[in-house]
Ligand binder design. Structure first.
Ligand SMILES: *Cc1c(COP(=O)(O)O)cnc(C)c1O
Length: 375
């Protein structure tokens, strides 16, 4: 057993498959603890320092540089470190870009996508341009980008549907209007083709660290040329852009955790290595479902399956409570489905290790063996 494995065992750390917030890499937690009393030569922890100190200057610069390198963000995009979660972006996007007399298009592929749509309707005109609600969000809708009304203020997508477990693989072609995407639950899990987007946003607590921080990556010209002026300062992308995300106090500690997390991704080999690792993890779990003779049934249709959130049900729903209880007993945390849909969900964000997926997969096979004999 390695020194790290020993420490994990000693600390009694659970296998955390929560959908968000979720686990952090152990090496990141160790760094946080090491630097907990004094960060470098500052004489204080990051929690205690000024957001205008030279130490925080370097932390924010490192977080931005890390995102730019790993995601290969083009120079004409700005990175903003905001608060209010992805949920505030549901409002900020239409406040900034949905002008009077215009309509915004929403692709509703799950609960968060619907929330984004309903917040937009509070601000202005918004319509659904494609939806998979008629198929209970188990798949993704067909959408020909060229068919979209070219007069839309923007079209809004959700790249990964955290609750239903579906994920866009390819983006619709031929879209001629600005594209906005909520990438809260799969940012940094795979490359992003920035030529297809004008603004993306993500709450940090799934793949970028801890709650309190929302990362917005936006094409500068989209803001400078199209954003509505006269908004309350805190709700204006332009204000945050002009103030280097420090119009007010940013979530200093969350940005620090992001910077450590990005260093960790780099140390594993960057985004390509992360993508490969995520594919191996998800394939193992989907194989466990698919080779269970129907005992476990995937919720999402095969072609839309998410690499981040694996949703499934037990063929015999009466067994679900005992399955979830046994999983909890075995040290697996966070695998109940979202309270709105039930069932089971194992989230495999970046920080989840392959060994953890192997453990839950083995547990699932054993549970099936026990309960098939009884049937
Ligand atoms: C978790 C999640 C949200 C909500 O994020 P908050 O930061 O809690 O507001 C929005 N969209 C998606 C896709 C999510 O997974």
């Amino acid at each position: 057993m390695s020194r790290v494995e020993e420490k994990i065992l000693q600390a009694g750390r659970a296998d955390n498959f929560g959908a968000g917030p979720t686990g952090l890499p152990v090496s990141v937690l160790e760094r946080i603890m090491q630097e907990g009393l004094s960060y470098q030569d500052s004489g204080m922890s990051v929690m205690e320092m000024s957001h205008r100190s030279r130490w925080y200057d370097a932390i924010q610069a490192s977080a931005e540089a890390g995102l730019r390198t790993l995601l290969d963000i083009p120079d004409d995009f700005s990175v903003l470190f905001l608060q209010g979660g992805a949920s505030l972006q549901f409002s900020m996007v239409p406040m900034n870009f949905l002008a009077e007399g215009k309509t915004a298009g929403y692709v509703t592929t799950g609960s968060f996508a619907k929330k984004a749509f309903s917040e937009a309707k509070r601000i202005g005109n918004a319509k659904v341009v494609a939806s998979s609600e008629d198929r209970q969000f188990t798949t993704l809708p067909e959408l020909d980008g060229a068919m979209l009304d070219p007069d839309l203020a923007y079209v809004h997508f959700t790249s990964n549907n955290t609750i239903y477990g579906t994920q866009w693989k390819d983006w619709p072609n031929g879209i001629r209007v600005p594209v906005v995407a909520d990438m809260s639950s799969d940012i940094l899990s795979r490359p992003i083709d920035f030529s297809r987007f004008d603004l993306i946003y993500a709450g940090a607590q799934k793949n970028l660290g801890i709650a309190g921080l929302t990362v917005v990556i936006v094409k500068r010209a989209f803001v400078l040329e199209h954003a509505i002026s006269g908004l309350p300062s805190m709700l204006s992308y332009k204000v945050h852009l002009e103030n280097d995300s420090r119009y007010n106090t940013p979530p200093v500690f969350s940005v620090y955790v992001l910077s450590l997390l990005l260093d960790w991704v780099k140390s594993l080999g960057g985004l390509d290595a992360m993508t490969a690792r995520n594919e191996v993890k998800a394939n193992l779990l989907y194989k466990t479902l698919d080779q269970s003779n129907g005992f476990y049934q995937g919720v999402a249709s095969t072609e839309a399956r998410s690499l981040m959130n694996v949703t499934f049900r037990l063929q015999n729903p009466d067994l679900e409570p005992s399955f979830l209880a046994a999983a909890k007993e075995a040290g697996f945390v966070g695998i109940g489905g979202h309270r709105s849909v039930g069932g089971c969900r194992v989230s495999l964000y970046n920080a989840v290790e392959l060994e953890q997926v192997q453990r839950i997969s083995k547990f699932m096979e054993e549970f099936r063996a026990q309960h098939t004999q009884m049937a």
